[in-house]
Design a protein around this ligand. Structure first.
Ligand SMILES: *[C@@H]1O[C@H](CO)[C@@H](O)[C@H](O)[C@H]1NC(C)=O
Ligand SMILES: *[C@@H]1O[C@H](CO)[C@@H](O)[C@H](O)[C@H]1NC(C)=O
Ligand SMILES: *[C@@H]1O[C@H](CO)[C@@H](O)[C@H](O)[C@H]1NC(C)=O
Length: 507
C-alpha cells in the first residue's frame, strides 16, 4: 500500500522516468543490432530500403541475417549525414589519427596514446557511423560466445597472429572462438578451475560461495576468460586498449561479453576504489615496476579488502637472472604494500591484498610506497592521474576486516554498507529496487510481442543511479553496462557492491 501511494504521488516524475527508460532501452536496442554498445557504433541509416526495426517491424526470422535498413529514415533528422566509410570504426576520443593531426606527443612508454584524447569542438564529426559492408544482425547469445560474423568485424589479422594460442579461427563467413588465450591454450574453463584449486576454494569453484563476483581482467584479449567466468556466476570487466592487435574489445562486444576499452597508463581506471574481488593479468606484458609501482598501486585501489591478484608471466617462474631480478623487486614492492602470496604454481602466482590497515600501521616510518593522504578522493576516477600511494581503509572497513558485503546473489538486492557514504538510507534503496523491478517487469512484458528470445544481450544504462534497472534485469540473459556521469559518479560504488559492473563516463 505504501509503495502504491508513493507511486501515485510521484506519477509525474515517474512518467518522465518511464519515457527516459524507454529511450534508453530503445537506444540500447539500436546499438545492439549494430554489434556493440560501448564502442560508438551508431546505426547506419543511409539506405533507401527500410529497416526491420524491433519496435516497429520485428524480425522476420533468423535465417536471413543480411541487414536491410527500412523506414528508420523517418526517425532521424534528415540533416545528419552518414560518415565516410573510412570512419566506420571511429571512436572519437580514442582516435590515434587525431593524435597525429593535433601533433599531440603522447608518451608511448606510459601508454598515453591509448588513453582518451577528445577532439576539440571544430574537429568533431557530426555524422552517423556506418556499419561495415555486408553487416549482419549479430549471432545471438549464447552461441555468440563461440562465433561471430566475419563481416561485422572485418579483421582477421589477430586470428593469424594468435593461431597457435586458439584465440580465434576464421571459418568461412564466421570467426570462431575456441576459448583459448595466451596463457590458457587449453581453454579458459580448465584455467578457471585451476585458479580455484590454487586458492583451495570448496568444490574448485572460483566464485567461492558468492564471495568472488566482480573481476577485473587487464589485457583481456578477446575476453574469453570473462566469457567463461559468466557460467561460474562471476562478472568480469575485461579491458584492452585499441592497440596493434586491432580492437579486441570489438570482438568481445560482438560476442556479447562484458568489456570496455581501457589501459593502465597515467590516468586512474574509471571505477571507484574497492570495486573488484579479483584482478587478473595473464601475460599482459605490463611493466609493473615502472614509476614506483604506480600501476600495482592502481590495482590496489581497485581491489576490495582481501582481494586477489592472479598473475602469470615469465617473471613468476623463469629462472634466468633478469626474470629473477624483476621477480625479486616485485616481491619486495608487494610485500611493502602488505600483499602476500597465497599460492604459486607452475606459471601463476596469486597475491592477496590485506583485510585491514593493521599491516600498514606496522610499517617502518618512511617505507615506500607511502600511504595516500586522506584528502585524496579515492573514488574519483574520471580524468584523474594515478598516484603512487597506498589507499588505506576507512575506520569502518578496518574494524570489519573486509567490505562487509553479503555473498552473491544476496548482495544484489541487499543495501550495501557503503550506502551511508552517499547519504541514501536502506529504505530508499529498497524502495528504488522494487520500483525498478516493477518497471522492468512492465517493459519486458510490453516488449515481449516484438522481441524474440535472446535478441537482447548488451544493454547500457546511460544514467544508472544505484543500479536498480540492471538489478531488475538479473534473471534475463543480458548484461548491463551501468554508466554514471562524471559529475554524479558517487553511486558507482553501489553498482559494484551489488555485484554489477559499470563505468564513469563523460557523455
Ligand atoms: C615518458 O615517461 C617516462 C617515465 O616517466 C620518462 O622517463 C620519459 O622521459 C618520458 N618520455 C617523453 C618523451 O616525455
Ligand atoms: C582531462 O583534464 C585535462 C586537464 O584538466 C583536460 O585538458 C583534458 O581535456 C581532460 N581529458 C578528458 C578526456 O576529459
Ligand atoms: C545526480 O543524480 C540525481 C539522481 O539521478 C539527481 O537528483 C541530481 O540532481 C544529480 N546531481 C547532479 C550534480 O547532476
Amino acid at each position: 500500500m505504501k509503495q502504491k501511494s508513493e507511486r501515485r504521488q510521484s506519477s509525474g516524475s515517474t512518467l518522465i522516468k518511464h519515457v527516459l527508460l524507454g529511450l534508453i532501452v530503445f537506444l540500447a536496442l539500436f546499438c545492439l543490432y549494430y554489434g556493440s554498445v560501448v564502442a560508438p557504433y551508431s546505426p547506419k541509416l543511409h539506405d533507401e530500403d527500410s529497416t526491420l526495426d524491433p519496435f516497429l517491424g520485428g524480425f522476420v526470422d533468423d535465417s536471413g541475417y543480411e541487414f536491410q535498413p527500412q523506414n528508420v529514415d523517418s526517425l532521424v533528422p534528415k540533416s545528419i549525414p552518414v560518415c565516410d566509410m573510412a570512419y566506420s570504426e571511429l571512436i572519437p576520443c580514442l582516435d590515434r589519427n587525431l593524435l597525429y593531426q593535433l601533433r599531440l606527443r603522447p608518451n608511448l612508454t606510459l601508454m598515453e596514446h591509448y588513453e582518451r584524447h577528445c577532439p576539440p569542438q571544430e574537429r568533431r564529426y557530426n555524422c552517423l557511423i556506418p556499419p561495415p559492408i555486408g553487416y549482419k544482425i549479430p549471432i545471438r547469445w549464447p552461441a555468440s560466445r563461440d562465433e561471430v560474423w566475419k563481416a561485422n568485424i572485418p579483421h582477421t589479422h589477430l586470428a593469424q597472429e594468435k593461431s597457435d594460442q586458439h584465440w580465434m579461427v576464421v571459418n568461412g563467413d564466421k570467426i570462431n572462438f575456441p576459448g583459448g588465450g595466451t596463457h590458457f591454450h587449453d581453454g579458459a574453463d580448465k584455467y578457471i578451475i585451476s585458479i580455484a584449486r590454487m586458492l583451495k576454494f570448496p568444490g574448485e569453484k572460483l566464485s567461492n560461495g558468492g564471495n568472488v563476483r566482480t573481476v577485473l581482467d587487464v589485457g583481456c584479449g578477446v575476453a574469453s576468460f570473462g566469457a567463461y567466468l559468466l557460467s561460474h556466476d562471476i562478472i568480469a570487466m575485461s579491458l584492452a586498449p585499441n592497440d596493434v592487435h586491432e580492437n579486441q574489445i570489438q570482438f568481445a562486444l560482438e560476442r556479447g561479453i562484458p568489456s570496455a576499452l581501457g589501459v593502465l597508463g597515467t590516468k586512474r581506471l574509471p571505477y571507484p576504489s574497492r570495486s573488484f574481488e579479483l584482478a587478473h593479468c595473464s601475460r599482459c606484458r605490463i611493466n609493473w615496476l615502472q614509476r614506483d609501482g604506480i600501476l600495482l598501486l592502481e590495482l590496489d585501489r581497485l581491489l576490495r579488502p582481501g582481494g586477489y591478484f592472479v598473475y602469470s608471466s615469465p617473471e613468476a617462474y623463469a629462472q634466468d637472472p633478469e626474470n629473477r631480478r624483476v621477480w625479486n623487486s616485485m616481491y619486495g614492492l608487494l610485500r611493502r604494500m602488505c600483499w602476500r602470496v597465497v599460492s604459486k604454481k607452475d606459471q601463476t602466482v596469486i597475491w592477496a591484498k590485506p583485510l585491514s590497515n593493521s599491516c600498514y600501521l606496522k610499517r617502518e616510518p618512511g617505507t615506500q610506497p607511502p600511504l595516500c593522504s586522506s584528502d585524496d578522493s579515492l573514488d574519483k576516477a574520471w580524468n584523474v592521474s594515478m598516484r603512487a600511494c597506498i589507499t588505506p581503509y576507512s575506520p569502518k572497513m578496518h574494524k570489519g576486516k573486509g567490505s562487509g558485503l553479503l555473498p552473491w546473489p544476496q548482495r544484489l538486492n541487499a543495501p550495501p554498507p557503503r550506502l551511508e557514504e552517499i547519504g541514501i538510507t536502506a529504505e530508499e534503496f529498497q524502495s528504488d529496487t522494487s520500483t525498478w523491478h516493477f518497471r522492468v517487469g512492465e517493459y519486458w512484458s510490453l516488449m515481449k510481442s516484438v522481441l524474440q528470445r535472446n535478441t537482447l544481450r548488451n544493454i547500457m544504462d546511460m544514467n544508472s543511479d544505484t543500479g536498480g534497472f540492471a538489478a531488475a534485469l538479473n534473471d534475463k540473459d543480458v548484461w548491463v553496462m551501468n554508466v554514471a556521469t562524471v559529475n554524479n559518479d558517487s553511486k558507482m560504488k553501489i553498482i559494484y557492491d551489488r555485484g554489477l559492473i559499470g563505468t564513469v563516463h563523460d557523455w
